[in-house]
Design a protein around this ligand. Structure first.
Ligand SMILES: Nc1ncnc2c1ncn2[C@@H]1O[C@H](COP(=O)(O)OP(=O)(O)OP(=O)(O)O)[C@@H](O)[C@H]1O
Ligand SMILES: [Mg+2]
Length: 408
């Protein structure tokens, strides 16, 4: 019964995956090698130029990278930084880098602590960086000591930098780069955000020292997405992908804006769905179902992870959509309903202007769609906003937030 290589194995389990050969290539945490990165030569060159001085132990430029979701910002920053580290090693310069997700570490002290913990080796420094118990000043002191021990140059990548509570940590890190009495190492920061207006929120002081180079990453076109996916074809077993699968995935992912994460997620989902249905090949219907799934996941991640004030604004839009026949609402109507919602939630009051900005961000993130609507002859134009998803779905995601669920 058993053939040669299944000898001794429990037949209850499966040993070879019918669809995937190297599924990890499609996982979001996977950082692909340089030969799998497509269509970002210029951007990689620009990041390399900013970091180039690090190879010789000199101060790199600070960088800000902006662009819509899935345009390769995190990937390019990580990939180029890792290559700098290797090149510098040849020159016997120790370049170290840390990658901080500010969505998870949003306070000054947690960022400082995380950098120190990632760099530190207690056996070498004799210094511990405890999870709690130190004041912010003491964490900084340990950080400078740890940096001095391990790095000639430190590159701090602050991903989703707009999630930081304030810019104090940016100010201190950029000062360390200039002030040799804090640390003898050169420290530079790469800030990444998908909020294009983020620099407007920084204080002038920080802006002048940090925003040395700003890069904007444009969305991919369908052709580029196709090449990105082709380079991951080996995630699948040979012959499993139908001919039209990659072109269709690329076309679907290029729909709103060319988002490589979405493209890879759709392809991954399509494979998982085919496997679940015990199909031998991945076909177009799997891709379409994979797209639905990717959109639902992305939406709940975007909305679920948003700050409470943003959720309150979206909730106001849900209530309006439920209670009215029309689907588009002016900023001031949304603001009126928001004002009631935020009282129930015990939130600080935001100005109408601020709510307008939050709506603009949600439009940029494709959670809502904002348009300019005319008042009619001589009446000028005003902004209206509508949900892109079914209000029931939006509401369900919003009510997963404990605060909204208990107060509303
Ligand atoms: N040029 C590219 N070549 C190959 N793969 C890419 C490319 N750009 C992005 N990817 C892949 O697409 C996914 C999303 O990329 P990445 O995380 O860098 O996007 P991002 O711009 O940081 O998006 P977000 O703003 O949502 O964080 C990753 O899996 C990444 O490996
Ligand atoms: Mg990113």
């Amino acid at each position: 019964m058993a053939d040669d290589d299944s000898e001794g194995r429990d037949p209850l389990f499966r040993y070879d995956d019918p669809i995937f050969e190297k599924q990890e290539l499609l996982e979001i945490s996977h950082v692909p090698g340089p030969d799998r990165i497509v269509g970002r030569e210029t951007e990689m060159g620009q990041v390399a130029e900013a970091l180039n001085p690090a190879i010789f132990g000199n101060q790199p430029s600070n960088l800000f990278i902006f662009g819509k979701t899935g345009t390769g910002k995190s990937l390019v920053s990580r990939s180029v930084t890792e290559r700098v580290v290797v090149e510098a090693e040849r020159e016997e310069i120790s370049v170290r880098h840390v990658f901080i997700d500010c969505g998870e570490q949003s306070t000054e002290v947690s960022v400082v602590k995380t950098i120190a913990q990632q760099l530190n080796d207690e056996h070498v420094t004799g210094l511990s960086v405890p999870d709690r118990g130190l004041g912010t000043g003491d964490y900084y002191k340990r950080l400078w000591q740890v940096i001095d021990t391990f790095a000639d140059v430190l590159v701090v990548i602050l991903d989703e930098i707009d999630m930081l509570d304030d810019d104090e940590v940016l100010r201190k890190l950029s000062r360390a780069g200039e002030n040799r009495s804090l640390s003898s190492a050169k420290v530079s920061v790469i800030g990444i955000s998908n909020k294009i207006d983020y620099p407007e929120n920084l204080s002038e002081r920080v802006k002048s020292s940090l925003a040395q180079t700003e890069l904007v990453f444009q969305p991919y076109d369908a052709e580029q997405l196709k090449r990105i996916l082709e380079k991951r074809r080996d995630a699948f077993r040979k012959g499993v992908l139908g001919d039209s699968v990659i072109p269709l995935t690329a076309a679907l992912a290029a729909g709103e804006h060319g988002d490589a994460r979405k493209a890879i997620d759709i392809l991954h989902n399509a494979g998982l769905i085919a496997k679940k249905q015990s199909d031998e090949m991945v076909r177009e219907d799997h891709v379409r179902a994979g797209k639905e799934q990717a959109e639902a996941d992305r939406f709940s991640e975007l909305v679920g992870g948003a700050p409470t004030q943003v959720k309150a604004v979206l909730y106001a839009l849900v209530l309006l959509t439920e209670q009215n026949d029309e689907a588009k609402f002016s900023t001031s109507r949304i603001y009126d309903v928001y004002s009631q919602v935020r009282v129930e939630l015990n939130l600080d009051e935001l100005s109408e202007r601020r709510v307008q900005e939050l709506l603009k961000e949600q439009n940029f993130l494709n959670v809502i769609r904002s348009d300019r609507t005319s008042r009619g002859r001589g009446g000028g134009v005003y902004a209206t906003h509508r949900l892109l998803e079914d209000p029931d779905i939006v509401k369900r995601v919003l009510l997963r937030d404990d605060r909204l669920a208990t107060e509303l």
